[in-house]
Design a protein around this ligand. Structure first.
Ligand code: KMH
Ligand code: ZN
Length: 274
């Protein structure tokens, strides 16, 4: 078999709603259940957002603490990665409410961009502040790259000593306002990575599984889940993120790649405690 692939599940995000897909989880209990299901289907990394029970996005520490406690309470040993992106329009300090104890990774969004009809603000001083807060909390950053110029920001952060190797990069492709999810774009981005970088791709909407398939062929890792895509196939709603992880796992098998266990993923990513 080829190199192990790290499957990540993004089970809720800040934008998708239950009106779009009734399986979108809102409460900490629902989010934790979706996360544990995804882990059972082969996800080694769980990318986490929180919601208020009525579905509004939340970065409240108590929501994240409950989600994390419930996941661990279910015996799940996946890598827990909290979002510092939150939702468009949130202030930076509010966004950093997610940095709870026992999370191991946190996202680091590498630039400002149009995000649908909103503007997702990540000015360079904000990025430095998030990087420094992640370091203080001993969380490993995952760099979220939505457009090619954000790789220049990655270079700048490295040069300024704000990031240490190995670098973890998630290419989030297909956001309206960012780079489209095409194999040509993915290959271009991968070529621009520094050495000592691991990369993964999260394709938004209908490009989720095609991007997963491309990443599997090109030696990358894969993120799927309802945060990024609500459908299993054209016109067929996914019954949950676990179903999308299972679809990615089947693509991995077809590509000759084995899903990494959480322990293997910790080793591959150089996370402390492995
Ligand atoms: N909700 C998006 C505006 C992250 O998790 O760090 C940002 C986001 C990125 O989801
Ligand atoms: Zn996210």
């Amino acid at each position: 078999m080829g190199d192990p692939v790290i499957l990540a599940a993004a089970v809720v995000g800040a934008e998708v709603t239950r009106e779009q897909n009734p399986a979108v989880p809102y409460t900490p209990e629902e989010i934790a259940r979706a996360a544990v299901e995804s882990w059972r289907e082969g996800a080694a990394v769980l990318h986490l957002h929180a919601r208020w029970p009525d579905g509004r996005p939340s970065q409240r520490p108590e929501h994240f603490a409950e989600i994390v406690a419930r996941i661990r309470g279910a015996g799940c040993d996946a890598i827990l990665q909290v979002s510092t992106g939150g939702a468009v329009g949130m202030g930076l300090e509010e966004r950093l409410g997610s940095l709870v104890d026992s999370a191991e990774m946190g996202t680091l969004n590498l630039g400002t961009m149009n995000f649908g009809d909103g503007v997702f603000v990540n000015a360079r001083p904000d990025i430095v502040r998030v990087a420094s807060r992640l370091r203080q909390r001993r969380l490993v950053p995952e760099c979220e790259v939505y457009d090619a110029g954000m790789l220049e920001t990655l270079r700048w952060l490295r040069e300024q000593g704000h990031l240490a190797p190995p670098y973890h990069v998630q290419f989030v492709l297909g956001v309206p306002g960012g780079l489209a999810g095409t194999e040509r774009n993915l290959r271009f981005l991968v070529e621009g990575l520094p050495e000592a970088a691991h990369w993964s791709v999260a394709g938004i909407g209908r490009c989720e599984l095609p991007m997963a398939e491309a990443a599997l062929r090109l030696g990358g890792h894969v993120r799927v889940g309802l945060e990024d895509n609500l459908f299993l196939s054209k016109g067929v709603l996914a019954r949950g993120s676990g179903e999308l992880v299972a679809a990615a796992r089947r693509l991995a098998a077809a590509a000759g790649r084995t899903p990494a266990t959480p322990a293997e993923a910790r080793r591959l990513l150089g996370l402390a405690g492995s």
